[in-house]
Design a protein around this ligand. Structure first.
Ligand code: GLN
Length: 536
């Protein structure tokens, strides 16, 4: 029978609930339990696909093509749980289902209400994941902050759910203990208030985890325990860390695993955290430093390229190098060419990630041209691959007006909209999404990197390489090394004469884990390190 852990957050957002949930998932897997992870987002969007990265950061994509909150990326990096459309619940999705059912007449004349109809649908969606995956433990992270109006139906659903799953459900509440600088004191009051709000809804947390910049003293624990009506030993510390991958170890050192096991009546297996210890020992060791420039337009928001940054970190761990990520706004490059020189002089590798729209494209093209000419390792992802193709067309094939039809009308759309996209008249869930097969050509860099000829990677885009130009590109030295044969779509391109210059139409960053880096990222960092040594 599946056990459930609901994770809620109090005081404010951005406390790292997703990372805490992921770390708990990792610990349970290290205890040999099968884990399922699920995220609830209380917004009205049906999925994250139509939102700008400026709203909630990156859109994470699963194999089955769900466009989800970036926390699913954390789940994927920390655990081996199976992620799919069932892993993500939003208010939009819940209401869409309820309203469709109402229109069909399924409610048999009843007044359709938040309680019980919406809360029942939420519980049905929670159970639908357990039914499919059959996990030992399902972790359900409720997004937002306790006290938000939007969260209330979900908290009520979780409360009802716990009543019908007594002894098999616990609540973990993550809060913040702020430090009031002028008084030099940590304050537990906001925690007390947020637990108070939870209790008004009828939920008493089983465990409280406190995000704190310093150490959680015995006195603070005592206070929280007393005011929140829980045992002192059920209060845990969620400290600030220099690497999030330390958290599974830090939590186990405090005995969180035994507490969870006890409360869920699970055997308290000793967690095997060897793989986490191994990567942490590399993270903490002294290593040669390399710099990677990530050139995009959503640079200002930390979370917009979350999976890309993490995949770079995983590859740096695998190559035992210290990684300096230079976050470069492509529009700044357009505004001031001096910025370009600075980046080029410092970077050991250049990565252009995915994106949408024409803003900042010329800056990206300028930096890609230099990367190609100076043979600086280059890695283009999705839009970064499309830009690699456009730059090559303009400067090597000498097609001056080469462009993507996403950005402008042109007589030479080397990147264009696929035919089956023409008739689509709405944005949500209509891109080429999810996993596709890719056949890799023999004797190419891609084959060397993957070590195999059939690979599977995830997609999220509308535009494609225009096959009309295939021969021209190949003759000029841009190798087409990967294709989705069924539809004859180009998936990977690479520079023939550079040690490392590759562009992929898919998103490899979604499949990288700290102890299992994605092979392209691993090879990119390896080549950047080589470039760093040679340039000295
Ligand atoms: N905007 C491009 C497209 O839709 C690239 C998308 C992406 O980078 N994910 O094809």
């Amino acid at each position: 029978m599946t056990k459930y852990i609901f994770i809620t957050g109090g005081v404010c957002s951005s406390l790292g609930k997703g990372i805490a949930a992921s770390s708990i998932g990792a610990i349970l897997e290290a205890m040999c339990y099968k884990v399922a992870m699920q995220k609830i987002d209380p917004y009205l969007n049906v999925d994250a696909g139509t939102m700008s990265p400026y709203q909630h950061g990156e859109v994470y994509v699963t194999d089955d093509g769900a466009e989800t909150d970036l926390d699913l990326g954390n789940y994927a990096r920390f655990t081996d749980s199976e992620l799919s459309k069932l892993s993500s619940i939003t208010t939009g999705k819940v209401y869409l289902n309820v309203i469709e059912r109402e229109r069909r007449g399924d409610y048999l004349g009843k007044t359709v209400q938040v309680i019980p109809h919406v809360t029942s649908e939420i519980q049905r969606l929670i159970r639908s994941l357990s039914d499919k995956v059959n996990p030992d433990v399902q972790i359900v992270e409720i997004g937002g902050t306790v006290g938000d109006i939007e969260s209330i139906p979900f908290l009520e659903a979780a409360r009802e759910f716990s009543l019908s799953n007594k002894n098999n459900t616990i609540f973990i509440h993550l809060t913040l203990i702020p430090k009031i600088e002028v008084a030099g004191e940590y304050k537990t009051k906001p925690t007390q208030h947020s637990v108070g709000v939870l209790r008004q809804i009828g939920i008493v947390p089983d465990i409280i985890m406190t995000r704190i910049s310093g150490t959680l003293s015995k006195e603070m624990k005592r206070k929280i325990a007393m005011f929140c009506s829980i045992a002192e030993e059920d209060v845990f510390e969620a400290p600030d860390v220099d690497s999030i991958y330390k958290l599974p170890i830090i939590y186990t050192q405090q005995g969180l695993q035994d507490k969870i096991a006890l409360k869920l009546s699970l055997a308290s297996n000793k967690p095997n955290l060897k793989k986490w210890e191994e990567i942490i020992s590399i993270v903490d060791s002294k290593k040669p430093k390399i710099s990677i420039a990530v050139v995009g337009k959503y640079i200002k928001l930390q979370d917009s390229y979350k999976s890309v940054y993490e995949a770079l970190r995983h590859a740096a761990i695998a190559n035992k190098v210290e990684l300096n990520i230079m976050k470069i706004d492509s529009e700044e490059i357009e505004k001031n060419p001096e910025n370009l020189t600075k980046v080029i002089n410092q970077a050991d590798g250049i990565l252009v990630p995915g994106g949408f729209g024409s803003r900042g494209i010329e800056g990206k093209l300028a930096i890609i041209q230099i990367a190609r000419e100076k043979k600086i390792p280059y890695f283009g992802i999705c839009l970064g691959m499309q830009c690699m193709v456009i730059e090559y067309a303009r400067n090597v094939l000498k097609i001056a007006d080469a462009n993507s039809s996403e950005f402008t009308e042109t007589s030479n759309p080397v990147i264009h909209l696929m035919e089956d996209q023409y008739s689509i008249d709405r944005k949500g869930g209509t891109m080429r999404l999810g996993v596709y097969e890719c056949n890799i050509k023999k004797g190419t860099l891609a084959e060397k990197i993957y070590g195999e000829n059939i690979i599977f990677e995830r997609h999220r885009h509308r535009y494609e390489f225009n096959n009309k130009y295939e021969d021209q590109f190949e003759k000029a030295g841009l190798i087409i090394s990967g294709k989705y044969i069924t539809k004859n779509l180009v998936e990977i391109v690479e520079y023939k004469d550079n040690p490392f210059g590759i562009g992929v139409q898919f998103h490899p960053e979604f499949k990288s884990k700290p102890f299992k880096p994605h092979p392209i990222f691993k090879s990119f960092i390896e080549n950047a390190y080589k470039y760093n040594i040679e340039k000295k």
